[in-house]
Design a protein around this ligand. Sequence first.
Ligand SMILES: [Fe+2]
Length: 586
Amino acid sequence: MSQIRNPLTAPMMKKIIKVIEGKEKADLAILHGDIVDVYTGKIIKDHSVAVKGDWIAYINSDISQTIGPDTAVIDASGKILIPGMIDSHTHMVYYSAPWEAIRYLVPGGTTTIITEIMEISYTMGYNGLLQYLEALKDQPIKMFITVPPPISLSKSVYSITPNKSELKKLLRRDDVLGLGESYWQHILKDDKLYADLAQESLRLGKTIEGHTAGAHGSKLESYLAYGVSSCHEPVNADDVLERLRLGCFVMIREGSMRRDLEEISKINKMDIDYHHLAISTDGIDPGELITTGYMETVLQKAIDVGFDPIKAIQMVTLNPARHFRLDSYTGGIGLSKHADIVIIPDLKTIKAEYVISKGEIVARNGKLTAPVKKAPLPDTALNDYINKVSPAQFSIPCQKTGTVSVRVMDQVTDLVTRDAIMPMTARNGELNIDTTRDILKVTLITRQNKIVNAFIRGYKLKTGAVASSNAWENFGVLAVGVSEQDIALAVNHLLSMGGGIVVADGGKILAELPLPIGGLISKLSIEEIVDRLSQINKAAKSIGFPFPDLPKTIAVLTTPAIPFLRLSEDGLYDLKTNKIVDLITG
Ligand SMILES: [Fe+2]
């Protein structure tokens, strides 16, 4: 059985022994710090760490025999040493190229990332995934992926996503830690491919990342029966407890999609073991990343809402490392482990003064000091797939006369939709937009050029249209507008950029973010991306959009991950019944 590779070589083992014996000198010595020992859950006072190459080569109160004239020395007296932090579940594909995000991930003390990668799978296929993996290699921090199982509501996307044998090939790679998140309802409905992939992941000693939002009792157990080993969807302490008791590793989510730490901090009253618990972001959007930070902010919040600091540190270091079988070389300050170390001023202040990753000082006082690697990303623009559109293609025909009942997607929060049955009257064989009742058109254009039109309310646009090629697990184009002309303008402009996000009004483009790499990733710097996103939200607000984050709200209209009524290539999809439902209901 293959295990995830530990990169410690035989010559390096011998070098480490020589350093311990003082026969070879360390490259770096960190002196007199208080080490948070995540293995025992205690602090080891006034201890020093010698580093050779990527590795921790000696830990002792006196490491003077390892220090030579060329050894770099950090005096950590009065400071705390914690292991480099691990984000155990994230989405790196958040508009920016990976190296743009890494510039901001590293200075806070994150040294390992495990990212989902479905976005690349659905847009750029197997070859795109291979190329993206190359871009994650040789960065200042460790980057791993989980491979995405096919879980789209739209079956046609499977012509782009990797096939079963390609997914199995991916699972065998050292930089792939398991099978990625899969929504439980979807799997319980159709497990043909999934059961096989899950078995392969377990056989290889890897994990199966879960997604159990809203699942309880026998439904939860039926899903976990596939060997699903984690979940990052619990929203309260009872959810956490239910999953822990079934042997499911739980990642408490604190990121741009949801913030659950505070509510889940109630587990602190339960007096339970925390070794099967982690904290993950599930993705931080670029604006938040560059302004508020990353895992250091998450860890700080955990401490601030009442988690014991050492337990909280274990939840972002050793615990996730163990879950992903990476603990033989990261997750703690231990001998012959990668020197992934963050120096902070005190146990309750997660502000990295030094970040050491793979033995190298990669950031100091919030500034990146190591180079990030730029690499070519897959050149697969959206207009390679999708043709230009005309307003007539957004017509919704209705043969019935008089008033009919129409199922409208009702955007009740920025993420959740319900169905609203609204009376509408057909004119000239068509159902029309009714801005007086906030009934707008929503359209999904798939990469196979299938156009699916429906109605939506809650967007509150008074004029214009919005369009985005970030439509989860479909990754065609989604648009919402007050007229077919505005929708066509927004979509065609988006296609002219090769993908992106657009706000259009009165024949003009008010704001845009080009995403020419797969319709998902920009070639701009992360700072420029943040600026464009803010222009998009301002422009959307100016035409009536009521929620704070248009790109997020529109992106989830196609995902089976968020309830209740979604848009698929076959029409409106009801996640309560897992069925396509009629647009005209009577
Ligand atoms: Fe996720």
